[in-house]
Design a protein around this ligand. Structure first.
Ligand SMILES: Nc1ncnc2c1ncn2[C@@H]1O[C@H](COP(=O)(O)OP(=O)(O)OP(=O)(O)O)[C@@H](O)[C@H]1O
Length: 244
């Protein structure tokens, strides 16, 4: 479980994250939804301890990220916005390298890596160097690498960005599988459709603030709209929505 309490982060005069609080629960998919520049990536970066908040608190399975960042990283699997693969290494070597950084026992690492290669349908690219990989192939490799140590909590920054329809559908299936395994899955997106198709809970962020935090059905009821896209536009696009 991930608990975020009153996070703030400014870059000079830009208040990128301005008092964000929410909870992402185990066995659920939580979507962080907001327009470009809303503060999603900055929020996620603070959650995975890449960036220090100006104020506020992040708890991962009850562990405070400011107090024990290493313990928090062990509990997290992260697909960052910059996928950052080692291009001279094969997909398998990229995954194994992360497993070794997590001090995994070789037998367990092999078993877990092979299971992820199957689950992500990347057997055909497993022994290829990642240089020249397509967007979808890079995302799959980065996700396998992020999950090799079997984390309870999974953070994905725009996981379907740049993926085609088939790859997007496969990614959604995979995220549901993570949820069914009881993990806490938190991902960011600026695409309503994406969030609607997957989420148990939607946290809408605009201008660095949470403007809604509801189950999809409650979001519709709250806005009086019949489509989630209209609800999203209403929430972020009107003064009432922004003040909510
Ligand atoms: N390192 C930085 N230095 C200066 N400004 C930054 C930095 N990182 C983010 N910002 C600013 O903070 C605000 C929030 O950015 P952030 O990347 O968190 O948004 P986002 O919701 O992830 O957007 P997108 O959907 O476009 O990726 C933006 O105005 C952005 O320009």
């Amino acid at each position: 479980m991930i608990e975020v309490k009153d996070l703030h982060k400014a870059f000079g005069a830009v208040r990128a994250v301005n008092g964000v609080s929410f909870t992402a629960r185990d066995g659920e998919i939580t979507g962080l939804l907001g327009p470009n520049g809303a503060g999603k990536t900055t929020t996620l970066r603070m959650l995975y301890t890449l960036m220090t908040p100006d104020s506020g608190q992040v708890l991962v399975d009850g562990v405070d990220a400011a107090v024990d960042p290493l313990a928090v990283r062990r509990q997290l699997g992260v697909l960052p916005d910059a996928r950052g693969l080692y291009k001279r290494l094969t997909a398998t070597e990229n995954i194994d390298y992360f497993g070794r950084l997590h001090d995994m026992e070789p037998g367990l690492l092999r078993q877990r890596r092979e299971a992820l290669i199957d689950a992500l349908e990347m057997r055909d690219i497993a022994t290829r160097r990642t240089e020249g990989f397509s967007q979808g192939q890079r995302v799959k490799t980065a996700i396998a690498r992020a999950l090799v140590h079997d984390p309870r909590n999974v953070l994905l920054d725009e996981p379907t960005n740049g993926l085609d329809v088939m790859a997007t559908r496969a990614m959604r299936r995979f995220m549901r599988q993570l949820k069914d395994e009881g993990r806490c899955v938190l991902f960011s997106s600026h695409i309503m459709q994406e969030v609607a198709a997957l989420c148990d809970r939607i946290v809408v962020i605009a201008h660095g603030r949470v403007v809604a935090d509801e189950a999809p059905s409650a979001l519709l009821a709250q806005t009086g709209e019949t489509s989630l896209e209209d609800a999203f536009v209403k929430i972020i696009g009107t003064d009432e929505g922004l003040a909510a």
